[in-house]
Design a protein around this ligand. Sequence first.
Ligand code: FO1
Length: 322
Amino acid sequence: METQLSHNDITHKTVVLSGGVGAARFLAGLNQIVDPTSICAIINTGDDIEFHGLVISPDIDIVMCTLAGIIHPGQGWGIIDDSDHCMSMLRTLGAPDWFMLGDKDLALHIQRTALRKQGLNETQITDRFRRAFGVNVTLLPMTHDSVQTHINTPAGEVHFQEYLVRDRAKSQITGIHYHGITGAHATPDVLHSLRSATGIIIAPSNPLVSVGTILALPNVRQLIAQRHVPAIAISPIVGGAAIKGPAVAMLNYAGIEVSALGIARHYQGLIDGMVIDNVDAALAPAIEALGMAVCVTDTIMSDDMRKAHLARTCMEFMATLP
Ligand code: FO1
């Protein structure tokens, strides 16, 4: 199968496996400290949902809008200085309003849906959008096939966004499923970027519902495990808690210890090095005993300086790995 993008955009890059907010903040740091055209993000699409007939790709939009400098800084999703006129009108009409689509944000979903109807795939659409926003990092949706993360709860099975946003992550998790994964394929651009990567970084994203979907696509895990370049992961768990999102409940459900050590065990065989926060320094020897190098640093990306610091530390750490 042909790649969609030019080989220049997907060859010899630092490839970052990405979910939403954590990955976006890390990529914003990388964007500051290396040539953005040397970075390629493979982005989870398992959170995608259709709402009001529109195709919504939250993780792609979160990464793209963060790099474009137009993300709502407090939320980490949605657009800065957005309004909600459309949503309040929908509410008046009795339409579902649990998934907030701001007026400016709606433009992305309207245009994505229109381009899909014209026959463009998500790689082409994302590339068009990111160029329009002046983003120089290559953004690759993980697949063109429909993969939807669903969560089983005692009340039944719900879409990931229903679990997270509508039900506020309050339901007990009794299962996590990637619907459609069996017949899904990573895009040719994704596979090419992994084959020719100069280094691979697993962003501090949810290991199950963000990175897990990417790794579940045929050939992706094998390509990473068999690579000849360094690969590292940044722990999304700091001091036994998740920086953002429902990772703790999901890790507990999956029987993965909620610690940087648990994350290291989860990625064992895929990575050469693990980046953990200063507060977890005591876990370093146990992680090293798994056969990987450890970098202990500040992983809290609360401002641009800290994002750049983490990105620089990760690049320097990767350069020390064989
Ligand atoms: N997160 C929320 O907590 N509430 C929302 O209403 C909401 C709407 C939304 C709309 C577009 C979009 O791109 C993201 C949105 N998110 C919202 C974020 C999203 O639910 C998740 O954070 C990601 O899927 C996880 O990465």
